[in-house]
Ligand binder design. Structure first.
Ligand code: ATP
Ligand code: MG
Length: 628
């Protein structure tokens, strides 16, 4: 087949083979773009029922239009071949990634699943159930976008089911839901089940039920609870086991009714993850120092592998970067909703450098203090660099809490922690003072005229700068407040869990609420008194031009959580996301262009120094450095 021409398609190479046929990369000579063509096995063509099913497959898939679903372009039927033509995805399927890396990173896996669930939720709302979700039917492109393939054997729930019912079991047995095994009608639960199994495989390297005989696998799907991943892998918290059980409909606590519930639970889990991972479990605290050492060295090995993976991926992408950017520009007609790219080479003076930390902590906050740089993270990690960020060393902080924010205050840095304390550190990272303020997770600080701190349970604390004498301020919300910005004397703005921004001009006597989104809002930034931004989960970004009285949505091409927004002047701003994306604006936040980083870890904070050095910090001890 390779080298042949079918209609206007020049067959270039074989991409893979599956149950129904072979998939080829081809070039569409008419539209001048690459496509993938799935060609049905000749032996199956003899079966008219199968051909009919194949036609339905193409028709079904063509009805779905979503960035996380592979687009179907058309159906071909010639004397040589029958098949369908679809979007060519330059990337790797999850099963290929598992084959290469053995296991996938926890946050990475959860983020991929979130994208998949976004598409599945959409498909379910259109009346489609996929029915064959599995690692080989999910492909991740070079920009980290997950796309579902083979909505083939899915069927419209509203459609006459005559053809899809005929004859044989559909789906691959390792991922098959109990209702499929029993021959019952598939429902949205069917896809949720298969994704639960898929998540298990991403995290452990193999699906939960792997007996030799099909019968035993069927029995396991029907009756067995999979083994706990948290017992095998120290970095996986119990909550991940609960999540999988809920997806498999085998949880005593909560089973997911729909894809939306599954996705929300993942979002919540990702948010809580730094706390969950650092929380010592009963078992751990009872183990001997030898096994603690083992766990620790296992953590280091995991961190090392993750870093190595990031490095290898980074390096290999660097090699193809030029090509990818060129192809993006020349094939702009291919996909109108493509991400707009900013060339790394034109914007930054060098390639991104990964600063090795060898610390498996999530790095949450970074600040310049005198001429040193301080980084704070989960599990009491504080890192200090005295050489412009060329290297970081861990300083003796001796506290097992998570550090969430770091803010400069008269030549020192103020850190807030997950157990309600604040720490004042000097330039060398030495603790000068620590104060227990409250039993809440203190998430963000703003220091202008006064000091404002916000956190869990809707907590807001305020103090004079000189005294560190905090009082609790009336709060607009009982849910977590993620960020707070002082506007002037007794005006401030805060945002949080329920997707609202609250503004007060009388220190919390009353608030004006702007409900902007269904998901949480995490980060506020004001360029000047009037112009500000707020960003959060699901790529939500909003802008105000009237000091937070009203907000409008700003377009940015991401569905990940916006973790940080900063502007270094009136025009130039940076945003980083939980999918490892960096966006840059050069026009005061009107347009945001993505920079190709190919990082799979969440990026949490940006720091730009006066000399143009830029640092991005993220999960798994990730520090990236470049110069503007
Ligand atoms: P099944 O027949 O059960 O779906 P499968 O998913 O392993 O099994 P195929 O769907 O035939 O097999 O796909 C085979 C391989 O072809 C995939 O694993 C993937 O690597 C590649 N592939 C399929 N569709 C595309 C596409 N649109 N773009 C790029 N590669 C693709
Ligand atoms: Mg497939």
């Amino acid at each position: 087949m390779v080298g042949k021409r079918i209609l206007n398609y020049q067959i270039i190479s074989l991409l893979g083979e599956g149950g129904m046929g072979s998939v080829y990369k081809a070039y569409d000579l008419q539209l001048e773009r690459y496509v993938a063509i799935k060609i049905i096995k000749p032996k199956l063509l003899k079966d008219p029922i199968f051909v009919e099913r194949f036609r339905i497959e193409a028709k079904n898939q063509a009805k779905l239009n979503h960035p996380n679903i592979v687009t179907v372009y058309g159906f071909i039927e010639t004397r040589e071949a029958t098949g369908f033509v679809m979007e060519y995805v330059d990337g790797s399927t999850i099963s290929q990634l598992i084959t290469t890396y053995g296991r996938l990173d926890l946050i990475y896996s959860l983020r991929v699943l979130q994208q998949v669930l976004l598409a599945i939720d959409y498909a379910h709302s259109m009346g489609f159930v996929h029915r064959d979700l599995k690692p080989s039917n999910i492909i991740i492109d070079r920009n980290g976008i997950a796309k579902i393939m083979d909505f083939g054997i899915s069927k419209s729930l509203n459609e006459n089911q005559r053809i899809t019912r005929v004859g044989f079991n559909i789906g691959t047995i390792h991922y098959m839901s109990p209702e499929q095994i029993k021959g019952l009608e598939p429902s949205p639960q069917t896809d949720i089940y298969s994704l639960g199994i898929t998540l298990y495989e991403m995290l452990s390297g193999s699906p939960p039920f792997t007996s030799k005989s099909d019968y035993e696998i069927y029995e396991a799907h029907l009756k067995m609870i999979p083994g706990k991943l948290s017992e095998t892998f120290p970095e996986i918290p119990n909550e991940v086991d609960d999540l999988i059980l809920s997806a498999l409909n085998k949880s005593n606590k909560k089973n997911f009714l729909n894809a939306y519930e599954f996705r929300s639970s993942i979002e919540q889990l990702i948010f809580n993850l730094p706390l969950l991972v650092s929380r010592p479990s009963v078992n751990q605290s009872q183990t001997t120092s030898i096994s603690q050492k083992k766990t620790r060295s296992a953590n280091f090995i995991v961190a090392f592998i993750v870093l190595l993976t990031v490095l290898i991926i980074g390096l290999s992408y660097v090699l193809v970067e030029k090509f990818i950017i060129k192809e993006k520009i020349s094939s702009s007609s291919e996909n109108e909703s493509e991400v707009n790219y900013l060339s790394n080479e034109n914007y930054f003076s060098a390639q991104w450098q990964v600063v090795t930390t060898n610390i498996p902590a999530n790095l949450n906050t970074i600040a310049l203090i005198g001429s040193n740089i301080i980084v704070g993270g989960s599990n009491g990690v504080v890192l200090l660099s005295k050489n412009n960020g060329q290297s970081f060393s861990r300083i003796n902080f001796n506290e097992k809490v998570d550090i969430h924010s770091s803010t400069n205050i008269s030549g020192k840095v103020l850190l807030t922690t997950s157990d309600g304390r604040i720490f004042l550190l000097d330039e060398k990272g030495k603790i000068i003072q620590s104060i227990k303020l409250i039993d809440e997770n203190l998430l963000s600080t703003d220091i202008k005229d006064k000091i404002y701190i916000c956190g869990s349970d809707g907590i807001i604390l305020k103090s004079e700068k000189s005294k560190l004498n905090f009082e609790k301020i009336n709060s607009p919300d009982k849910n977590t407040l993620f960020d707070i910005i002082e506007l002037d004397n007794s005006s401030f703005i805060t945002c949080g869990w329920n997707g609202s921004v609250y503004k007060t001009t009388n220190d919390g006597l009353n608030f004006r609420e702007s409900k902007l989104s269904q998901s949480y809002l995490k980060k506020l930034f004001f360029i000047n008194q009037f112009l500000g931004f707020v960003g959060g989960a699901d790529g939500n970004l909003f802008k105000t031009t009237d000091t937070g009285e009203s907000w409008t949505k700003v377009k940015i091409n991401t569905i990940a959580t916006i973790n940080d927004i900063i502007f270094v002047n009136q025009k130039t701003g940076y945003i980083v996301t939980s999918d490892g994306e960096l966006f840059i604006s050069e026009n005061s936040g009107e347009d945001w262009l993505k920079v190709s980083l190919n990082i799979k870890s969440s990026l949490n904070k940006v720091l730009v120094l006066n000399n143009g050095l830029i640092f991005l910090i993220g999960n798994n001890g990730l520090i990236l450095k470049n110069k503007i």
